[in-house]
Design a protein around this ligand. Sequence first.
Ligand code: SF4
Length: 205
Amino acid sequence: MILIHKIVKKCRNCPARLEAREPVPGTGPIETRVMIIGRNPGDHEDRQGVPFIGRAGQLLNKLIKIMGLKREDIYITNLVKCHTVGNRPPTPSEIDACAPHLAAEMKTIKPKLIITLGNEATAKVIGGEVRSNRQKILDGSFDGGRSAVKIVCLYHPSYGLRSVDGRKKLEEDAVWVHDKLLELGLISPDEDGMVLEEILNGEIL
Ligand code: SF4
């Protein structure tokens, strides 16, 4: 993974590089079953070189807790590794140019579950049109079809920052993910109890 991060940081394969301070590779442990994929770094992430550390990242941290997971146990990355001015959506050619970096991260991590955040990441990971995938577990694959993976598609946390309704939907979806993680055996009932206690104490929401 260190080599992948070095390659990402030196990459100049598309025009988005001209808008970023430097590419932001993913972060988190290699030994993990869960990978989260967002769209591309925002301004905070561009300044500090770490994905999801701005306001959307803080909301993501809360959602991760509701899911019964710990951020430090998850590999978090983006579809496109470079910030774009004004947070403009990356173009299809920029997404394609950056795809080998994401593929390399996935091949190294070999996640059992991928959580996508927003339409762009979802479309790339499921390899097709984004329909109504809310609160569904999809079957997918990577590494040329050699590795199977479960996929959960969430709204991007920035949606939760823009509207109360968006925040409510994200929280509902995080609770749903939590229940599915229990069913899949990716979290234990112990973690469930801890998180529910924190929610009841108002430490999360
Ligand atoms: S967005 Fe991806 S492909 Fe484009 S320059 Fe940055 S790291 Fe390279």
